[in-house]
Write a protein that binds this ligand. Structure first.
Ligand SMILES: *[C@@H]1O[C@H](CO)[C@@H](O)[C@H](O)[C@H]1NC(C)=O
Ligand SMILES: *[C@@H]1O[C@H](CO)[C@@H](O)[C@H](O)[C@H]1NC(C)=O
Ligand SMILES: *[C@@H]1O[C@H](CO)[C@@H](O)[C@H](O)[C@H]1NC(C)=O
Ligand SMILES: *[C@@H]1O[C@H](CO)[C@@H](O)[C@H](O)[C@H]1NC(C)=O
Ligand SMILES: *[C@@H]1O[C@H](CO)[C@@H](O)[C@H](O)[C@H]1NC(C)=O
Ligand SMILES: *[C@@H]1O[C@H](CO)[C@@H](O)[C@H](O)[C@H]1NC(C)=O
Length: 527
């Protein structure tokens, strides 16, 4: 439950009180229940379980939080989300039928693990150092034999080792659901999980409506989280096979460094990286963070470019607004339609768009065995196919084919992908892809500094020559010719760029590296 705020004093106190009565153990057994005021501490000391009141709420809950974090930021799971306690003095215990239950001070059961697995054995509940609360046969530590586990009942936080997605055999679907408010942690409006229609995607719903699309797994990341880059410190993975489809954060070997993902009360997905040693959390808001991330903001065939504000939406090349009036009054959801209708059988081809967020795949098909060129052929030969793209950018294989309207298109300056949209042949002749034409960007980025550099060096040389001329008092017409074609001396360049030092390197253009020279840029051609 990551909230964007300062640790609250009330909660610090309430945790302080509970810490004071800390129960030195990680297990609840039939003979050792946990009473309000006591807590369980996981073996490695990372997670704690106990009763708490969020902020100044009168509601009392049983939850799990990071031991190190004395605020609501640390709460990662709540048991009785839908059935808060109104008073203290409740107990967490093992019932006679082997379930984990919360009993209020009057003796009524307010929450139960509801495990249906019949068991004759002695059952206990243990808080593991992963943050998972497991109900198990006291002598059986095999994960697949757990009778119940909190990781199968997520609240709003995804911890390493949890699965976000589907068990296709049992039909069990695990997703995050937001809390209503900070004080009332009952299930709110937002839901974040895997959608299985078409090609599986990670979606965020508000009620029944899709609000944000992290998208399908392209082998490296989700297109909707372009800034979430895989790293050995913060590993994660997407698994899709006949039995399961899920996203998971993984553990790393570096103790004290970890990650989590959470869905906050206003429907924002946050990705939190922490370093417990220096007590430093880095909260990345990853979706939706700008208007272009709201699902299908520009309607079908409209594309959203956040740098185009205030007019964020444009029709794709070859398309025009469905309603020009609406579009001109910045009401975009009607989207765009083809400028030139075409008959499937004659004169059509594909227009390539670069740096795009891959589209909604609920109406797409995945062909993992074929490459891009075969993909084009398949799409060309099927009248209802509207677009295709590379499926796995890591392996450079597989293909996605779309059938029907293309929705939720946006451009990305980094980590976008290529998309091929079917178009009338006439459109391909006169149309050019507009989304982030990289060549144009590179041209501007390298040619302008180059010209500036040449001009400046030319000017220096020109004034230097003029001074020399004045000194010598001699006219030399040939010298002025050098103004038009200055030769850049390697030593001058070398000195100006600190011997082409890495710290002065500002990027790489199509012709070689680009270096910084005080406040102008010179594109050096000598690499
Ligand atoms: C709560 O429990 C404590 C200790 O068991 C007891 O002293 C106290 O009277 C109880 N409070 C209520 C309101 O039942
Ligand atoms: C406990 O019982 C008392 C007396 O019957 C009642 O007033 C109170 O509302 C009950 N509390 C709960 C939490 O059920
Ligand atoms: C357990 O089952 C009861 C009765 O079916 C239901 O009311 C309750 O919500 C369930 N509790 C949980 C935590 O699923
Ligand atoms: C983590 O541990 C695994 C196996 O124990 C090892 O193969 C891997 O190299 C380790 N990774 C890092 C980053 O230390
Ligand atoms: C959810 O996160 C966003 C981004 O950090 C923040 O602006 C918003 O206030 C948060 N909502 C709540 C209810 O904490
Ligand atoms: C076009 O593709 C769709 C979806 O894969 C398929 O159902 C349909 O049979 C194909 N049509 C033709 C003519 O191949």
């Amino acid at each position: 439950m990551v909230i964007n705020g300062k640790p609250s004093l009330t909660c610090f106190l309430c945790f302080y009180i509970s810490l004071r009565n800390s129960k030195a153990g990680d297990t609840v057994t039939s003979t050792l229940p946990l009473t309000d005021g006591q807590t369980l501490l996981s073996a490695g000391g990372r997670f704690e379980l106990g009763f708490f009141n969020p902020q100044s709420s009168p509601n009392r809950y049983l939850g799990i939080w990071y031991k190190e974090l004395t605020s609501d930021e640390g709460i990662v799971w709540v048991a009785n989300r839908q059935t808060p306690l109104s008073e203290t003095n409740s107990t967490l215990k093992i019932s006679n039928d082997g379930n984990l239950i919360i009993v209020n001070k009057n003796g009524s059961i307010v929450w139960s693990s509801n495990s249906s697995s019949p068991t004759q054995s002695i059952v206990s509940a243990q808080l593991l150092d992963s943050g998972n609360l497991v109900l198990k046969d006291q002598n059986d530590n095999t994960p697949s034999n757990y009778l119940w586990q909190s990781f199968d009942h997520p609240s709003d936080t995804l911890l390493p080792g949890m699965k976000l997605g589907w068990n296709l055999k049992t039909g069990m679907n695990l997703f995050l659901s937001s809390s209503k408010t900070i004080a009332d942690v009952s299930i709110g409006n937002y839901r974040f999980g895997i959608d299985l229609h078409g090609v599986p995607q990670l979606l965020l719903w508000q009620g029944e409506d899709v609000r944000f699309r992290a998208g399908y797994w392209n082998g490296v990341r989700f297109p909707g989280f372009p800034s979430m880059n895989p790293s050995p410190l913060f590993p994660y993975n997407f698994i899709s096979n006949e039995e399961e489809v899920y996203f998971t954060l993984e553990f790393n070997n570096q103790s004290g460094v970890g990650q989590l993902m959470a869905l906050n009360q206003s429907g924002i997905v946050t990705y939190v990286l922490w370093n417990a040693i220096i007590h430093n959390w880095v909260i990345n808001n990853i979706g939706p963070v700008d208007q272009c991330q709201y699902y299908n903001f520009c309607g079908a065939y409209g594309w959203c470019n956040i740098n185009n504000g205030p007019v964020l939406c444009q029709c794709l090349d070859g398309f025009i607004p469905k309603s020009a009036d609406e579009w001109n009054s910045m009401y975009y959801s009607g989207g765009c339609v083809k400028r030139t209708n075409f008959d499937c059988r004659n004169g059509e081809g594909f227009l390539k768009f670069s740096d795009v967020k891959v589209l909604d795949t609920r109406n797409a098909v995945l062909k993992s065995k074929i490459g891009l060129s075969e993909c084009e052929e398949v799409c060309m030969n099927n009248c209802s196919c509207t677009a295709y793209a590379l499926a796995d950018i890591k392996e450079g294989s597989g293909c996605l084919l779309w059938f029907g309207e293309l929705v939720d298109i946006r451009s990305y300056p980094v980590n976008g992908q290529e998309l091929f949209i079917k178009m009338a042949a006439s459109e391909i002749d006169h149309g050019k892809p507009e989304i982030n034409d990289k060549r144009r960007v590179i041209l501007v980025a390298t040619c302008v500094p180059l010209l500036l550099g040449i001009l400046l060096l030319g000017l220096i040389k020109y004034t230097w020559n003029r001074r020399k001329e004045n000194e010598i008092g001699k006219e030399n017409i040939e010298d002025s010719k050098e103004l038009e074609l200055p030769m850049l001396d390697f030593n001058i360049l070398s000195a100006a760029t600190g011997n082409f030092s890495y710290s002065n390197k500002i990027g790489e253009g199509g012709f070689g590296p680009v270096y910084k020279v005080i406040h102008i840029h010179i594109h050096h051609l000598l690499s």
